[in-house]
Write a protein that binds this ligand. Sequence first.
Ligand SMILES: Cc1cc2nc3c(=O)[nH]c(=O)nc-3n(C[C@H](O)[C@H](O)[C@H](O)COP(=O)(O)O)c2cc1C
Length: 226
Amino acid sequence: MPENNPNAPRITIVSFSLSNQTKKLIRAFKEGLASSPEAVQVEHLRLAPTERIPFPFPSIPATMLMMVKTLFRVRIPISELPLAPLRDSGLLVLAGPTWSYNPCGPVLSFLDTYGDLAMSGRPVLPIISCRGYWRLHWHYLKGEILRHGGTPLGPWVFTHPSKEPWRTMGVFLTVAGKHPRRFPLLRRHYPRYGHDRKQLQRAAEMGATLPASMADPEALKGPIVV
Ligand SMILES: Cc1cc2nc3c(=O)[nH]c(=O)nc-3n(C[C@H](O)[C@H](O)[C@H](O)COP(=O)(O)O)c2cc1C
């Protein structure tokens, strides 16, 4: 139950979402936190790119260019964040999508600029939204958390529930602004882009039980894939 009790543990959520999938997960996660019987103080900081990123991308070549850039971990500059919620939190939840096997550009900028302040000496729980390929992302992120003096927990990973190869085709077409359901085979095999309701429910349940687990962060170590 979020409240103003200054002694309640503080959770700071830092998130970025381009196509609303992390946004939906974090909304459900926060509803879960709010329903928890444990008192907790929650701050949510959204990473805002200084230049708007169009979504969907304007064309297939523009999408492919973005995928190549993100493979090389190109940073996307972000607006300044308030420092107090980063400095004073008891747990940092860092949420965002996988882009070309890496954390997304705004999260990379966050790590560069605020990594020491936000992570040093505290547990960091990543929440990853992806189509299905998160291990390299996690490997890199874990290294960054350790480099900045934090304790990596989780991660909690939410993959798109559709089957391959339709999932990869569906994600590519969606981010390139083409409607997968206009293609007869995909209409049959690809029900939707992104996460389903069951996964959002799970995110809420995970939020509801997180405050009780904060006393023993060791229990939060190890990936959970939903
Ligand atoms: C440029 C780009 C690259 C992506 N690369 C990957 C990837 O390497 N692995 C993966 O599983 N998903 C990849 N995805 C899919 C996203 O991780 C997925 O759609 C995620 O749910 C988007 O979250 P968001 O809506 O919060 O931005 C990529 C998406 C984009 C836009």
